[in-house]
Design a protein around this ligand. Structure first.
Ligand SMILES: [Zn+2]
Length: 246
């Protein structure tokens, strides 16, 4: 029947129950013990939950938490939260990051610092040009569906060398051309727009990569059921300010 199997509910539980021990394999891969307590209900030591429990945050509140942290960073009011030895020990038992980020690998965009967050707060994937490859999408499926991040932000930044390379074109050594290839559609889309060509392409690239993340049925279903918000952000290297752009 048409459409009958189109929408198969994908839940954290279904992943954990997945055939051939998929859940167990995923846990082993990332070293997360966030949901092991459910598998071992009698083990109280393992069942300890992080005190900074973000489980009840809404996607809007999670986004606001990021924005508040960036405001503290920019305004020299940093709290450097969740960076104590106690927090280290706490999150060693399980992680519940409230946010997930796909950001450029650029050394000037250290995610936890610019959002004034600490250990166990943000699930981060960094890759030059903040491109959403299959593996990046898979990582964020894990960060959102399994670990429970409520907001997923794609971050581009001013003077991004990867986007600049895509604009300039030409021959690239090694595998660098694969980055350029992933960014090229954004460069093409932003051509002819008024304003700064590089900034336009950087913002178009954020939107393009966010759309690629939303192609994932796991991520799009979380968005449709209002369990997750996917947004784009632009980081200004000069001011340290993140602007939400989509
Ligand atoms: Zn960059």
């Amino acid at each position: 029947m048409p459409g009958q199997s189109r929408k198969r509910s994908i839940s954290r539980r279904s992943i954990l129950k997945g055939g051939a021990g998929v859940g167990t394999a995923v846990v082993g891969w990332l070293g997360s013990r966030a949901f092991i307590p459910k598998l071992q209900p009698g083990n109280l030591a393992v069942a300890a939950e992080p005190a900074d429990d973000n489980t009840n945050l809404t996607p809007a509140q999670a986004l606001q938490k990021l924005i508040d942290g960036n405001n503290r960073f920019v305004e020299y009011r940093r709290q450097n939260p969740n960076q104590t030895t106690a927090r280290l020990r706490e999150v060693a038992q399980g992680q519940k990051p409230f946010a997930a980020i796909l950001s450029c690998a650029d050394s000037r965009v250290p995610v936890e610092l610019i959002f004034d967050q600490g250990l166990g707060d943000i699930f981060v994937v960094r890759v030059a040009g903040n491109i959403a490859t299959r593996e990046d999408i898979a990582s964020h499926e894990f960060g959102t569906l399994v670990l429970g991040a409520k907001v997923l932000m794609v971050i581009g930044h001013s003077r991004c060398g990867a986007v600049e390379a895509a604009i300039k074109g030409g021959e690239f050594p090694g595998a660098i051309g694969s980055l350029v290839e992933a960014i090229q559609p954004a460069v093409d889309r932003s051509k002819g727009q008024s304003g700064n060509q590089l900034d336009n392409a950087i913002k178009a690239n954020v939107e393009l990569q966010a759309k690629r993340l939303l192609v994932s049925p796991v991520i799009s279903e979380l968005v449709e059921t209002v369990k997750l918000k996917v947004v784009g952000g632009y980081y200004d290297l000069d001011t340290g300010r993140i602007s939400v752009i989509s």
